[in-house]
Design a protein around this ligand. Sequence first.
Ligand SMILES: C[S@@+](CC[C@H](N)C(=O)[O-])C[C@H]1O[C@@H](n2cnc3c(N)ncnc32)[C@H](O)[C@@H]1O
Length: 235
Amino acid sequence: MSKTVENEPVREEFNRWAAAGQGEEMEEHHLPIVLPTLALMRIESHDRVLDVGCGTGWLPRRLAGELTQDRVVGMDVSDEMIQRARAASAGIGNPTFVVGGVDRIPWEDDFFTKVISVESAYYWPDPARGIQEIFRVLAPGGSAWILINYYRDNPHCHQWGAQYKIPSHLLWAEEWAELYRRAGFTGVEHRRIPDDSPSPEVYTGRWFRDAEQLRAFKKEGALLVQGVKPASELR
Ligand SMILES: C[S@@+](CC[C@H](N)C(=O)[O-])C[C@H]1O[C@@H](n2cnc3c(N)ncnc32)[C@H](O)[C@@H]1O
């Protein structure tokens, strides 16, 4: 890994989101696609879980009660997000929060049994490198679960790109899967996670043309890409 990844623009942008209170709003938006993902992950109390791009840490806090102490870590490139995550987590089952970019995860090799990332991967400056790093910190037999709403196969999100203030990656599901395979993952699969939460009759936000497009987007669903780091003897 010789190329240096420039994380400063993404750090500054998400520090702005955090200061504007947008970190806290994301739990409500993402929960309808995260709950079915957690069911597929079958997290058990002995798992060691990393949440990459954890924002203000609602998911590590949620998982902390289910896991043995100190076995859930939230990481984010935005120090403002992590500051809020720590403040909101005092006394809640000991999730650990660290500042870091996915291009250089500040953790030892072969540690986590499961890694999840929610609505973050398309902002990573170098997604291939991020997936390689996730592979590195996973224990043999561990699995990676990347969940994103912005991907090329869903035509109802392409308009978001023009609104982002930082570069983003609009990849096909198969391109994400190929990044997993190239990093060494096996059993790579992708699937859709539809968002079945109620939609408003009238949409006044800036991300969708109207309520009809929002409904179509949710029906199409988020993209979940998963893969397993092979057990040592298979590598
Ligand atoms: C849309 S937010 C989602 C936050 C959280 N996962 C949630 O569902 O509420 C995207 C998060 O990914 C983080 N992020 C973006 N690029 C990152 C990178 N290269 N390394 C680590 N975190 C990153 C951002 O700072 C931000 O907090």
